[in-house]
Design a protein around this ligand. Structure first.
Ligand code: ASP
Length: 436
């Protein structure tokens, strides 16, 4: 059995949904489809999910969501019409949703209705059975999947039929509707794949796989043929956004491979995400921007037991959750997303830290980025780390920190945000270019 997840662009309109049907019909092993809400049809377009969130905020403010909801309705009605489906039934469902939205069922409920309607419409079109995620996917308070889910899904899909399931949402144990984080339909697909012991999880999107570097910056970037679970997570962490990093966890234990494929070019092989990859050297590079850097220094900083923990706790109090850290003999450098704290919050925090911990230095600065190189055997002699630093040096790009060795699948190089695009091009060329 193959579980296929189709993202927002793959179900954005009727012509895309026809491609979905052709893909599903072309392999009888494809018995379960997990679908997103209709996404953007073009650059200027709006995602149904975003419109539903908008509806909910209007209702919460005591305003009418009529005009936004009408646009949502139009999109679903035109899909139904073009696919030759019963428009009256869709209209009834829309009325019911509007009624519930107006009743103030909240953001998660509102957002989930895009996937719900999308899956229901597609099930009608394919003639497959609709299974509501609210009945089978149990989500914990911290947005992780509850273990009971796997058995529920397995039992519900045991009939040997073909099923369409909405992505992105489920219910808490208390029966309250809850969504995963944005882009969470990838997680639903992975859960279903594990629950039914699928041989493969296909993730259908609008690109032909995961690229070695962002193709908007490196126009001739190649697609990665094979990458491991761990490497995908590392690549997502430094800003690559093709596959939801949390979607690895459900398939991790069972080792089900994931194939990222293009709905518009189904013949392309795409990227295989596998438990372990034997590729030698670097597989991809990405840059995460909009970072700030906090530096703290004190003579014998680490002499006092628990100091690092105490400092971190204080950072959390001010809303800062660092994403990367570096330790010196008397100093620590933390990188965090700049949006986490304004200049004034950072200043207040530094003042408090300085006083409370008698620091010699506490200062934050902004405009940083982290370039991550992901692969295998990154510590090879003359390997990716050396090549990348040399190439950056030749291009006159400063490296402000080096974090290598903590993970055997990645190397992190701190750079200035202003150099991010150029650095990506230079490192791509050095690692994957024609004269590498
Ligand atoms: N529709 C949801 C979102 O836009 C979930 C998804 O597409 O995976 O985030």
């Amino acid at each position: 059995m193959i579980v296929c997840k189709f993202g927002g662009s793959s179900v954005a309109d009727a012509s895309q949904i026809k491609k979905v049907k052709a893909i599903l019909d072309s392999d009888p092993r494809r018995t379960v489809a997990v679908v997103s809400a209709p996404g953007k049809r073009n650059k200027e377009d709006e995602k149904i999910t975003d419109m539903l969130y908008k509806c909910n905020s209007l209702v919460q403010k005591g305003q009418s969501c009529k005009s936004v909801f009408m646009e949502i309705g139009k999109r679903f009605m035109s899909i139904a019409e073009e696919l030759g489906l019963d428009k009256a039934a869709v209209s009834d469902k829309l009325d019911e949703i509007r009624y519930q939205l107006d009743g103030g069922r909240g953001a998660d409920f509102a957002a989930s209705r895009g996937e719900y309607l999308s899956a229901w419409l597609i099930s009608q079109y394919l003639g497959w059975e609709f299974v509501d995620s609210a009945d089978v996917i149990v989500i914990n308070a911290d947005s992780t999947v509850n273990e009971a889910t796997y058995q529920r899904v397995a039992e519900r899909l045991a009939g040997g039929g073909r099923y369409v399931i909405p992505g992105f949402y489920g219910e808490t144990e208390q029966g309250v509707l809850k969504t995963f984080t944005r882009g969470g339909s990838d997680i639903t697909g992975a859960i279903v794949a594990r629950a039914i012991g699928a041989e493969l999880y296909e993730n259908w999107t609008d690109v032909s796989g995961i690229y070695r570097a962002d193709p908007r910056v490196v126009s001739d970037a190649e697609v990665i043929p094979e990458i491991s679970y761990k490497q995908v997570r590392e690549l997502s962490d430094v800003g690559a956004s093709v596959f939801h990093e949390e979607a690895i966890a459900p398939v991790y234990a069972s080792g089900i491979p994931i194939n990222v494929k293009n709905t518009n070019k189904p013949e392309d092989p795409g990227t295989m995400i596998v438990p372990e990859s034997s590729t030698v050297g670097a597989v991809g590079v990405s840059v995460r921007t909009s970072l700030s850097r906090l530096k703290v220094r004190k003579l014998m900083l680490f002499r006092k037991h628990g100091m690092r923990h105490a400092l971190l706790t204080m950072l959390h109090v001010f809303g800062i959750r660092p994403c990367y850290s570096l330790y010196g003999i008397d100093s620590i450098v933390w990188y965090y997303e700049s949006r986490m704290a304004s200049e004034s919050v950072t200043a207040a925090m530094c003042e408090r830290l300085r006083k409370e911990f008698e620091l010699d230095e506490c200062a934050a600065d902004h405009g940083h980025a982290m370039l991550g190189i992901v692969g295998n055997d990154m510590d090879l002699e003359g390997g990716p780390c050396v090549k990348a630093i040399q190439a950056l040096g030749r291009a006159g790009i400063d490296v402000t920190s080096v974090n290598a060795g903590a993970s055997d699948t990645s190397i992190l190089l701190g750079i200035w945000e202003k150099d991010a695009k150029q650095a990506l091009k230079v490192v791509y060329e050095a690692l994957f270019g024609s004269d590498k």
